[in-house]
Design a protein around this ligand. Structure first.
Ligand SMILES: [Zn+2]
Length: 178
């Protein structure tokens, strides 16, 4: 995607996606690795689905509900910084949530800046509980081992690994910042 491109969508009171703006297809091409995910997320197929469908873990879903409730109740716009890394870039993003009429929300995702990931780190999301996994924070993208949360490249250097099988959650720092 272009570095300043935004992806914008609107949610109705039930968090159903009712409108999409911006470079959605392009955004997905740049941000989604697996082709089958990309197909599932094409613009036409996304309209009418609940946002929750696209959020993998329950902790992140809970956190988004908390933010959405806050915006609906206070009618205040809230910005949530997060990371959307690729294997070789740390991408610093912002998710802005604005209140609309009838308990709707407008959600804008914008890339603020990026830095190289050095060394590159391959992340494999794993759903099979039997596989050896580490936790990854879906907001800041850090990885947990023995209750220490590390940047992916720090973890790669420390553990001499180039890839991690991860399960998503939200780290305590991000949980407290919301
Ligand atoms: Zn975090």
């Amino acid at each position: 995607m272009s570095s300043k491109g935004s992806t914008i969508y609107e949610l109705d009171a039930d968090n159903q996606i009712c409108h999409i703006d911006g470079d959605w297809d392009q955004f997905l091409q740049a941000n989604t690795d697996e082709p089958q995910n990309r197909d599932r997320l094409r613009k036409k197929q996304v309209i009418g689905n609940k946002l929750e469908t696209y959020v993998q873990d329950t902790t992140t879903r809970m956190l988004l509900h908390t933010v959405f409730d806050f915006v609906r109740q206070t009618q205040q716009t809230k910005a949530l910084p997060y990371r959307c890394d690729s294997a070789d870039r740390k991408r610093y993003m912002s998710m802005q949530i604005e209140p609309l009429a009838d308990a709707g929300l407008r959600v804008s995702h914008t890339q603020l800046r990026s830095e190289p990931m050095d060394p590159p780190v391959v992340i494999n999301p794993v759903t099979d509980a039997n596989e050896a996994i580490v936790w990854r924070c879906s907001i800041c993208n850090r990885i947990e081992s023995e209750q220490v949360w590390l940047e992916p490249d720090e973890a790669a250097l420390l553990w001499c690994r180039q890839s991690f099988n991860v399960s998503y959650t939200v780290c305590p720092v991000c949980m407290n910042s919301v």
